[in-house]
Design a protein around this ligand. Structure first.
Ligand code: NG6
Ligand code: CA
Length: 489
C-alpha cells in the first residue's frame, strides 16, 4: 500500500570502494551478489551514475551537502580525529528531510569528522551527525583502518569504561609508550600491512593512527557487518509507520577486509570477494525487512558506492593475486584515487516498486543531486546557500526522463578536477606520477590535457586532445568558470 507518493521512505545504501564491475548486475561473474542482482531486476539501474570524488570524504560530503568537494578545502581524506567539515545547522540532505517530517538516521561509516577541533572521546561529542539533521546516529568515526576503533552512538562512544579513557593521536612520531604497533610488533598481526597501516594494533590488525585505552569499547572487525545491520534493521522497524530516511553506509569492501565467519571463504577471491558477498547479504536483509513490514512500495531504495575499486589498499589480503580475470572497475580505466572514470563511475541502482519502472538508464546522475531532487520530491525549498551544485534530476532518478545533468565535475585525489559533459570527459594537465606506486592504480596525471569521448571509448584509451583543441578549450574554460563561481545551481 502506498502511503503517500510525496513522502516515501528513503534508504541510501552506500558501499565503500565498490567498483563499477564488482557486482553481478554490472557484469561480474566472479562474486555472487544475488540480493543486489534481484534488487536490480526490480529497479532502475544507472550506467552513468557518479560519485563526485574518487575518495570517501569528498564523495560523502557531496552526497549530504549537495556541494562539490572543491568548495570546501577540508573535504579531503580525514584522520579519525578530524573536526566535522559540515557546519552544524546547515541545510543538508538529512536536515532537509527532517524538516519535511522524516525521521532520519545514519548507520555505518561516517568519515566527515566529529567535534570542533578539540575532540574528547570520553565525554559528550559535539558536531556529530545529530547536528546536521540526523535524529539517530550509530557510526564509526572514520574508516575501519583508522583509530579510534570504536562505535559512536549519538554523542557517545559505545561501551566505554570511564576508568579506561581513550586517547588518540595521528602524530606519526608519537606512539603511546609501551603499546604495540604494527611497525615494531609485526608478530602480533593476524593481517599484515603492505603499505601504511603500521601504527596501533587493534584486534590483531595495525591501523592508521595511535590509540590508547577504551579496551571494552573496541570493535571486532568480524562482527562489524552484523552490528551495523542490526542498527539499520531496528531503525526501519521502529519507524515503519512514519516517513524515514536511512543513510546506511557500509564499511565493505574497504580495508581491512575481515568478514564474519559465515562469509570467510565465500569466494575464491579471498577477503575482498568475501566481504562483498557479506555486504550483499546485508542488502538482502534490509530488503527482506521492508518486505516483511509491507514497506516495499513505500520506500525508495538506492544502492551506490562512494568511489571506485582498489585491490591492494595497504594490507596483504591477496586481493591482487586472487583477482584472476575479474575486473573490479568493469570496462572503466583507473579505480579509487583516479581521475579516470573508474574512480567515480559507480554502481547506482534506484528501486521504488510500483512507481519506478525497472530497467536501465543512461542518464547522467550524481550523488550531489540527491539534495535538490529529494527536496523536489518532498516539496521542500532549499535555502539559497544550500546545495550549490545539486540539481533536481528527479525525473531521471525516477526513470521518467532519459536526461539527467548536462555536465558534472568530479575529482581524483585532492581536488584534481575533471569535467564530464554529455559524452566528453576533460582532464586538465597535472603534475604527479601517472601510476600510484603502492596501489598500482592509474591516477590520470599527464603533463598534457586529456579528452576522451566516452560514447565510443568507455575505457578512455584514445586521447583526442590534440585532434580537438576546440572542445579542449571549451571544457577547460567551463571548468575554470565552475571553480571560480561558488555555485552551479
Ligand atoms: C589512504 C589509505 C587507504 C585508505 C584511504 C581512505 C594508506 C597508505 N592508505 O590514505 O588505506 O584508508 O586513505 O579511503 O594509509 S577512503 O575510501 O576512506 O577514501
Ligand atoms: Ca571509499
Amino acid at each position: 500500500m502506498l502511503r503517500d507518493s510525496q513522502n516515501p521512505n528513503i534508504i541510501i545504501m552506500y558501499a565503500d570502494d565498490l567498483g563499477f564491475g564488482d557486482i553481478g548486475c554490472y557484469g561480474s561473474t566472479h562474486i555472487p551478489t544475488p540480493n543486489l542482482d534481484n534488487f536490480a531486476t526490480e529497479s532502475l539501474r544507472f550506467t552513468e551514475g557518479y560519485a563526485t570524488a574518487a575518495t570517501c570524504t569528498p564523495s560523502r560530503y557531496s552526497l549530504l551537502t549537495g556541494s562539490y568537494p572543491c568548495r570546501n578545502e577540508r573535504a579531503r581524506i580525514l584522520a579519525g580525529d578530524a573536526p566535522m567539515i559540515i557546519p552544524p545547522g546547515s541545510q543538508t540532505l538529512s536536515s532537509m528531510l527532517k524538516q519535511a517530517g522524516y525521521t532520519t538516521a545514519v548507520v555505518g561509516k561516517w568519515h566527515l569528522g566529529l567535534g570542533d577541533g578539540n575532540l574528547c572521546w570520553n565525554s559528550k561529542i559535539t558536531n556529530t551527525p545529530l547536528d546536521i539533521g540526523f535524529d539517530d546516529s550509530f557510526i564509526m568515526a572514520a574508516t575501519n583502518d583508522r583509530v579510534p576503533c570504536v562505535y559512536v552512538k549519538d554523542r557517545k562512544v559505545v561501551g566505554l569504561d570511564a576508568d579506561d579513557p581513550i586517547e588518540v593521536t595521528y602524530n606519526r612520531d608519537k606512539p603511546f609508550p609501551g603499546l604495540p604497533t604494527g611497525r615494531k610488533n609485526p608478530g602480533l598481526l593476524k593481517m599484515k600491512y603492505s603499505h601504511g597501516h603500521d601504527m596501533s594494533i587493534v584486534n590483531g590488525v595495525s591501523r592508521i593512527g595511535y590509540m590508547k585505552g577504551g579496551t571494552a569499547a573496541l570493535w571486532k572487525d568480524e562482527e562489524m557487518a552484523e552490528v551495523f545491520l542490526k542498527q539499520a534493521v531496528s531503525f526501519v522497524t521502529k519507524q515503519k509507520d512514519q516517513p524515514f530516511f536511512l543513510y546506511y553506509a557500509f564499511h565493505q569492501p574497504h580495508v581491512p577486509r575481515i568478514p564474519g565467519p559465515r562469509f570467510a571463504g565465500a569466494t575464491e577471491m579471498g577477503p575482498r570477494g568475501d566481504v562483498i558477498v557479506e555486504m550483499d547479504w546485508c542488502v538482502g536483509e534490509i530488503l527482506n525487512t521492508l518486505e516483511q513490514l509491507n514497506l516495499k512500495e513505500n520506500t525508495i531504495v538506492i544502492f551506490s558506492s562512494d568511489n571506485g575499486p582498489v585491490l591492494d589498499d595497504g594490507y596483504k589480503d591477496r586481493a591482487v593475486d586472487l583477482c584472476g580475470d575479474h575486473c573490479p572497475a568493469g570496462p572503466l580505466r583507473g579505480g579509487k584515487y583516479s581521475m579516470f572514470d573508474g574512480g567515480t563511475r559507480v554502481p547506482f541502482i534506484l528501486g521504488w516498486p510500483g512507481t519506478v519502472k525497472p530497467g536501465e538508464s543512461e542518464a547522467l546522475v550524481s550523488h550531489v543531486d540527491f539534495l535538490a531532487s529529494f527536496a523536489s520530491l518532498t516539496g521542500m525549498g532549499l535555502s539559497p546557500e544550500a546545495g550549490p551544485d545539486s540539481l533536481n534530476v528527479l525525473p531521471a532518478l525516477l526513470g521518467q526522463s532519459r536526461t539527467g545533468r548536462k555536465e558534472l565535475l568530479t575529482e581524483g585525489r585532492q581536488f584534481k578536477n575533471v569535467l564530464r559533459d554529455d559524452h566528453y570527459v576533460f582532464i586538465p594537465s597535472n603534475d604527479g606520477p601517472p601510476t600510484q606506486a603502492n596501489t598500482g592504480i592509474e591516477t590520470g596525471n599527464l603533463c598534457q590535457p586529456q579528452l576522451y569521448d566516452l560514447s565510443v571509448d568507455i575505457g578512455q584509451i584514445r586521447n583526442l586532445a590534440s585532434e580537438d583543441p576546440d572542445t579542449v578549450n571549451r571544457m577547460s574554460n567551463r571548468l575554470l568558470e565552475i571553480l571560480e563561481s561558488d555555485r552551479t545551481r
